[in-house]
Design a protein. Structure first.
Length: 470
């Protein structure tokens, strides 16, 4: 009989559970070790909870900006949305946590159905071919032909800003709130910080966003960030640019955020969104020959291999691109590669991502900075959303479609969508990038009229030819 490959996976987030499903499908004897519930932080404390909260915030945004659609709230003599619509945060957060728990339960049921052995505990490597699981019943020693490390990451803390879970919070702790913060200070203007700033303002909070850079979303498309800053200014979100938090202290029922320039910002609560730290300490990685970078992230190649033979890694603990979709693909690739199936190395140029603000910002492929620097010769076209018929009908006035294509061939190599549901609208652009479609091929595909996707086809039509458009 052929030898069965023993696969041991440490961590049950997207990288871990997706790898377990593939490993079992390919005939491996798979054991998955997880202590906090399948789905990991993506399902239990991060992606699923935050986007569920944001879903409620989106409804509030639609309601608040519905006057142009002819809607009125409250008594005839009182045109005030807040008088007729309010948020019950305890109910919102209960739904958030219930949904996350249900999603984790569904994943667990699926994994068990696929004959994966689940071990509740914490795993650590005992060399490159054995994992020790610390469980409630003691240690389990699990020999392994292949190991996948998918231990994720946790919120980074500042030395002088320690979360207390009540007034000073990380993004994993906000779901314990039962009442809306009267004045929320968000420290950090990356994707997480801007998403929560956008959401809590829509829910009814006064929000101050502290950004250490000259604009919000410094890692995203500059044109998209400008749209979001204009929206924040119009809606009343206060953005303190070029401001860095030095310390956060609680003073009774308020918090004081001291900036490095000596200014103090006072609020009722503070949300820290200052990055992530990989969960790679004290789990036997370096002893097993697994190389870490200076930030503690596991170094991997494009098929998820680490420096130790037979040891792979996937997800946020690698720091490659901290998205659930990337984690899941890294896990699948690791199993395909080790168990002998056909595999294509991870290609980050085809990965689409979204910042779930209002409006959403979605991107894929080559970005504007690469074009402007001359790194990638390309043509760029920006088509404002305000000319789209469907956008007008829905009362959407902020955003655009940006397409980037090769100069000579017209092959689509990148794109940005800033719009409601941009996370859905980016998909046809992502297909074009992945399949190397030309702008002519995109423009010749039928779109529904009226539709937001019509702007994607229109942008492609305007890129027909070889002249520089910017």
């Amino acid at each position: 009989m052929p030898k069965v490959t023993r696969v041991v996976i440490v961590g049950g987030g997207p990288g871990g559970y997706e790898a377990a499903l593939v490993g079992s499908q390919l005939g491996g004897e798979v054991t998955l070790i997880e202590s906090d519930g399948l789905g990991g932080s993506a399902v239990l404390t991060d992606c699923v909870p935050s986007k569920t909260l944001i879903a409620t915030a989106e409804v509030m945004t639609d309601v608040r900006e519905s006057a142009d659609l002819g809607l009125r709230f409250g008594p005839e003599d009182q045109d005030d949305v807040d008088a007729g619509v309010r948020v019950h945060l305890a109910a919102v957060n209960k739904r958030v946590l219930d949904l996350a728990k249900k999603q984790s339960s569904d994943i667990t049921e699926r994994v068990r159905r696929e004959h994966v052995n689940l071990v509740v505990g914490r795993g650590r490597l005992d060399g490159p071919d054995r994992v020790i699981a610390d469980t409630a019943d003691g240690e389990q020693s699990l020999p392994a032909d292949v190991i996948l490390v998918a231990t994720g990451a946790r919120p980074r803390e500042l030395p002088d800003a320690k979360p207390d879970g009540e007034r000073i919070l990380t993004w994993t702790q906000v779901y314990g709130l039962t009442e809306l913060p009267p004045r929320l200070i968000v420290v950090g203007s990356g994707a997480t910080g801007t998403e929560f700033a956008s959401a809590y303002h829509a829910l009814g909070c006064e929000v101050v966003l502290i950004s250490s850079r000259d604009r919000v979303l410094p890692g995203e498309d500059a044109d998209a960030a400008q749209v979001l800053e204009e929206v924040f200014a119009r809606r009343g979100v206060s953005v303190l640019s070029r401001s860095r938090a030095q310390s956060v202290e609680r003073d009774g029922d308020q918090v004081n955020v001291t900036l490095t320039d000596g200014r103090t910002v006072t609020g009722s609560h503070c949300l820290l969104a200052v990055g992530s730290v990989p969960n790679t300490s004290n789990i036997g990685l370096e002893e097993a020959g697994v190389k870490l970078d200076q930030g503690g992230f596991i170094e991997v190649d494009r098929v998820s291999r680490t420096s130790a033979r037979g040891v792979y890694a996937a997800g946020d603990c690698t720091g490659v691109l901290m998205l659930a979709s990337v984690a899941a693909m890294q896990g699948r690739i690791a199993m395909w590669h080790d168990l002998g199936d056909a595999v294509s190395p991870l290609d980050l140029k085809t990965v689409s991502s979204t910042v779930f603000t209002a409006p959403e910002i979605a991107t894929v492929g080559v970005d504007q900075k690469q074009v402007d620097s001359g790194e990638v010769p390309a043509r760029v076209l920006i088509l404002p959303l305000r000319g789209n018929a469907r956008a007008k009908m829905q009362g959407s006035r902020d955003g655009f479609v940006k397409l980037i294509c090769r100069k000579a061939t017209g092959i689509v190599i990148g794109g940005v969508v800033v719009a409601p549901r941009a996370s859905e609208l980016i998909f046809p652009v992502a297909i074009a990038v992945a399949q190397r479609l030309t702008v002519d091929q995109v423009s010749e595909s039928f779109t529904v009229y009226p539709s937001m996707t019509g702007s994607i086809a229109e942008a492609a039509r305007r890129l027909h030819g070889t002249g520089m458009i910017s």
